[in-house]
Design a protein around this ligand. Structure first.
Ligand SMILES: [Zn+2]
Ligand SMILES: [Zn+2]
Length: 737
C-alpha cells in the first residue's frame, strides 16, 4: 500500500509505454486503476510499482484520482512476463486489458434504435447483416455507430433503414446491459460415461488441490469433451472462483450456447468482437467487480480484468485463430498457460488434433493427458479413403447457359467419377453431402493464354481471384476489387480462368446434379454467426442436399443426416513452405472428416488426391493421428524447428523500397551473435508488397534453451528505426508470408 504523496510508477495503456511516475494524492495499492493525464489527455492507468524515474519532485504530476477497481499483483507479474516474452511493451499488454472506452465513466445518454423484425421490407444482404448484429446482442437497442461497426454497413444504409422504419428510435436512454442470470447452478442432468468421469475426476482433483497444472483433454470429435470441461468449470465456479471458457469465434454456436444453458440453467455471458460498446463495457465492469465469474469468449476474453480466476479452458487448443497477429503478436493459449502458472491455477486444453507444442509438453511431463477414445452415444467413426485422381479422372462438363465468356464451352471438371458416384448414391438414399474446398471465389488465376498476362493486385504482389458472385476480381490480401477484364489489357486476347474455387465446384455440381439443392459456405457468404446458424438449421431441416464450403464448415457442427464428406483437393496445403503445413493439413482434414456420420448412420469420407501415398493422407485414412504426429515431430526435431527450437520473426515494412533496404542492411550489420542461435535474412517476404508497403523478413532460430528475446530487444535498440519503417516482432510465428 502506498500513501498520499508517494511517487509511484503508473502503466499507461499505450503500445510504447513502460510506465511514468506520478504522485499519489490519496492512498492506493499496487494494481489499482488510477486516472492520470499525459500531455493533457486523460488515461486509465494502473499502479505498477515504485516510482523510479529519478525526476525532480517538482516535475512529477499528481494523479487525477483513484478509480474503483484493481488488478492483482499476479496480474501485474503476468503483464511483465508477457511483455518479456512477446517483446511488446507492458503498456501494449495493458492496452489489451483496458480495451473498453469509458470503462469507468457513467453510462452516456444516447439515441438508440431497435430492429423491427416484423418488417415486410425486402431483406437485402446489408439489412440481414444489421438484423444479425441485433441478434448477436440479444436484440438490445443499439446506437447507429454500433450498427455500422458490427454489421459492417455504411452510414447511408443505416439512415435509409431509419427512414423506412426498419430501425425504430427508442426513447433517449442510458444504455445498461441487463444480464439474465449471473448465478449458475448445475442442473445435474448429464451422466458421464466412465472415460469422461475419469477425466472429469482427474481435473477435479487438480482444482481441489489448487496450484498450477495443465491437462490436455484429448478426445476424438464427438467424444464428449464439452461435458467434461463443463464439469471442471462447475467445480471451480462452485468454489467461488472465476472461470474462462475460451474458444475460436466460429465455435460459439447456438448448439454450444444451448448445451451451456441446459447444464447451468442460464445462457452464458459471451465475449467476442461483435458486441455493442455498452455491452462490452458492462461485461468488463461486471468482471472487474467480480459479479461476472463465468465467461465464454474468444481470445480477447483472456484480457478481461478477471478477479480470482480459478480455471481457464482452451477449447480447440490447436486452432490457429488463437494467434493474434495484427495488434501485437501473442498466442492466447500460451498466454493463458502463463497467466495460470503465475497465479497458480489449473488449465484444461481440449482438442481432437492437439498441436505439436502441446504434445511435446506432454512428452516432457509438463502437461497431463486425459484421453477420450469412444464416440459419445455410440456413434461410429466414418470410414476414410482416398480417390486417386490419376485413375478416376474428373470428366469435363458442358458449360451451363449462364456461363460468361471466360469459360470454354467444355469445362474441365474437378469432381472424379468415383466421387460423383458416391454423391449420387448418398442423395438417392436421402442423405446429405458436404464438399470441402478451402479456396474462396470462382478461380484463383485470371490470365491471357496468348501473352501470359495474369491479373494481379496493384498494391500487393499476389494474383487476384475471380469471384463470380461479386462479378469482380478480389485481392485476398488487401480486399481491393477490380472489374473482370473482358479482354487482355496487354494484347487484347481472350481472358480465361484457371484453378477452382468454391463457386466453380458449385457450378459443376449444378450441372452434374441438377436436382440437388445446394448451399455455399465461405467467409464471403457467411458474414456472421447468425448466418451460419441459418445454414445449420437448413441442413437439419433437410432443405439442403449438398453443402459446399471452405474451412468454416470444418468445425463444431453436427449434422445427423450428413453421411458423405468429399474433400475436393486434399493435396492443397501439403506442400507449403511452412514447417507446420503437414500438421495444419492433417488437423483440417481430420476435422472435416469428423463431420460425417455423427448421427445414427455411419459416414464416409473420400479425399481426392494425386498422391494417395502421402504420409499425411495415409495417416488420416488409418485414423492414426499419433503415428502421424510422431513422424512429423521427428522431422521437426531433426530440423530443430518448434517445439524443439524457437523462432522469432522480424517483419520490416516500408513505404519506400530504398529506405527499407537501407534499414535492413543496418540491422544486418548490427546483428548479434546469440549463443545457440542464428539469424537469417534479410530476405524479401514471400508476399513482398501488401497495401503498397514493401516487406522484408529476418528469422532468428535458436535451440530450446537459447535466450532469444533479450538479445533481439538489445539488437533492435542499437539501430534507430526511421519514421517511415514499421518493425513487427513475431515470437513463435505461425505465418511465414
Ligand atoms: Zn494477353
Ligand atoms: Zn491487394
Amino acid at each position: 500500500m502506498f500513501n498520499a504523496g508517494d511517487i509511484v510508477k503508473v502503466l499507461i495503456p499505450n503500445v510504447v509505454n513502460y510506465g511514468y511516475d506520478y504522485r499519489l494524492t490519496v492512498a492506493a495499492g499496487l494494481g489499482d486503476f488510477v486516472s492520470v493525464s499525459v500531455m493533457g489527455r486523460k488515461y486509465i492507468g494502473v499502479v505498477y510499482g515504485i516510482g523510479d524515474s529519478g525526476l525532480d519532485a517538482s516535475r512529477i504530476k499528481n494523479i487525477n484520482g483513484v478509480l474503483p477497481g484493481h488488478l492483482s499483483v499476479s496480474d501485474l507479474q503476468w503483464i511483465k512476463k508477457m511483455s518479456d516474452w512477446t517483446l511488446m511493451a507492458p503498456g501494449a499488454v495493458l492496452r489489451l486489458i483496458v480495451n473498453v472506452p469509458d470503462a469507468f465513466s457513467p453510462p452516456k445518454t444516447e439515441q438508440l434504435y431497435s430492429f423491427d423484425f416484423s418488417t415486410s421490407a425486402r431483406m437485402t444482404d446489408s439489412r440481414q447483416a444489421v438484423a444479425d448484429a441485433f441478434a448477436s446482442n440479444d436484440n438490445d437497442p443499439m446506437s447507429a455507430s454500433d450498427i455500422q461497426n458490427i454489421a459492417h454497413v455504411s452510414g447511408a444504409v443505416v439512415r435509409t433503414m431509419i427512414k423506412n422504419n426498419i430501425l425504430q428510435p427508442t426513447a433517449l436512454q442510458q444504455v445498461v446491459t441487463r444480464f439474465d442470470n449471473l448465478n449458475y447452478s448445475d442442473a445435474g442432468n448429464v451422466t458421464l460415461n466412465p472415460q469422461q468421469q475419469a477425466a472429469a475426476d482427474a481435473i477435479g482433483a487438480a482444482i481441489e488441490q489448487g496450484g498450477f497444472s495443465v491437462n490436455l483433454l484429448d478426445g476424438i470429435t464427438g467424444s464428449g469433451k464439452t461435458q467434461v470441461y463443463f464439469d471442471s468449470a462447475w467445480r471451480a465456479y462452485s468454489r467461488g472462483r472465476s472461470v474462462l471458457l475460451m474458444m475460436p469465434e466460429i465455435a460459439l454456436t447456438a448448439q454450444f450456447m444451448s448445451r451451456f444453458q441446459r447444464r447451468f440453467g442460464a445462457p452464458p455471458i459471451v465475449w467476442h468482437s461483435n458486441l455493442t460498446a455498452a455491452r462490452r463495457r458492462d461485461i468488463w465492469r461486471g468482471v472487474l467487480r467480480g459479479e461476472i465469474r463465468m465467461v465464454v469468449g474468444t481470445r480477447s476474453a483472456l484480457f478481461l480484468p478477471w478477479q480470482d480466476l480459478g480455471l481457464i479452458v482452451v477449447d480447440e487448443e490447436h486452432d490457429t485463430s488463437y494467434k493474434q497477429e495484427d495488434m501485437g503478436n501473442y498466442h492466447a493459449r500460451d498466454m493463458a498457460v502463463l497467466r495460470a502458472k503465475i497465479a497458480g491455477f489449473p488449465v484444461v486444453l481440449a482438442s481432437a488434433t492437439p498441436s505439436a507444442e502441446t504434445l511435446q509438453n506432454i512428452a516432457l511431463g509438463r502437461y497431463g493427458r486425459l484421453r477420450l477414445t469412444s464416440r459419445y452415444g455410440g456413434a461410429t467413426l466414418p470410414t476414410i479413403s482416398t480417390i486417386d485422381l490419376r485413375e478416376s479422372r474428373p470428366e469435363s462438363y458442358k458449360a451451363p447457359d449462364d456461363t460468361d465468356a471466360t469459360d470454354a464451352p467444355d469445362i474441365a471438371g474437378n469432381l472424379s467419377p468415383a466421387l460423383c458416384d458416391a454423391i449420387g448414391e448418398t442423395l438417392a438414399a436421402g442423405r446429405q453431402v458436404m464438399l470441402f474446398i478451402n479456396r474462396r471465389g470462382f478461380a484463383p488465376i485470371v490470365q491471357c493464354k496468348k501473352c501470359g498476362y495474369v491479373a494481379g493486385c496493384p498494391d500487393c504482389s499476389v494474383g487476384m481471384t475471380y469471384h463470380k458472385r461479386l462479378g469482380k476480381l478480389l485481392c485476398h490480401m488487401c480486399g481491393r476489387t477490380a472489374p473482370m477484364p473482358g479482354t487482355c489489357p496487354d494484347c487484347g486476347g481472350a481472358i480465361s480462368t484457371r484453378g477452382a474455387g468454391l463457386e466453380k465446384i458449385a457450378q459443376e455440381v449444378a450441372v452434374k446434379f441438377p436436382g440437388a439443392r445446394t448451399a455455399l459456405v465461405s467467409s464471403d457468404t457467411i458474414m456472421s454467426r447468425q448466418a451460419l446458424e441459418r445454414l445449420v438449421h437448413k441442413m437439419e431441416d433437410g432443405e439442403i442436399d449438398i453443402v459446399i464450403g471452405t474451412q468454416i464448415l470444418a468445425k463444431g457442427h453436427h449434422f445427423p443426416n450428413l453421411t458423405l464428406v468429399g474433400v475436393v483437393d486434399a493435396d492443397m496445403g501439403l506442400f507449403g513452405t511452412d514447417f507446420r503445413a503437414a500438421e495444419h493439413t492433417f488437423q483440417q482434414l481430420f476435422q472435416v472428416a469428423g463431420r460425417a456420420g455423427r448421427g445414427e448412420f455411419p459416414g464416409r469420407v473420400l479425399m481426392q488426391t494425386y498422391q494417395p501415398d502421402h504420409p499425411v493422407l495415409t495417416a488420416i485414412c488409418a485414423g492414426d493421428r499419433d503415428t502421424f504426429m510422431a513422424r512429423d515431430m521427428d522431422a521437426r526435431r531433426a530440423a530443430k524447428m518448434p517445439p524443439f527450437g524457437q523462432l522469432i520473426a522480424l517483419i520490416i515494412e516500408g513505404e519506400k523500397e530504398a529506405s527499407l533496404q537501407q534499414y535492413c542492411a543496418a540491422l544486418a550489420a548490427a546483428a548479434p551473435n546469440i549463443a545457440g542461435a542464428r539469424i537469417m535474412g534479410p530476405i524479401a517476404a514471400q508476399v513482398y508488397q501488401v497495401r503498397s508497403w514493401y516487406r522484408m523478413r529476418f528469422l532468428v532460430a535458436g535451440d530450446a534453451r537459447a535466450q532469444l528475446q533479450p538479445a533481439v530487444a538489445h539488437w533492435l535498440a542499437k539501430v534507430k528505426t526511421p519514421a517511415n519503417i514499421r518493425v513487427k516482432i513475431d515470437v513463435g510465428p505461425q505465418n511465414f508470408m
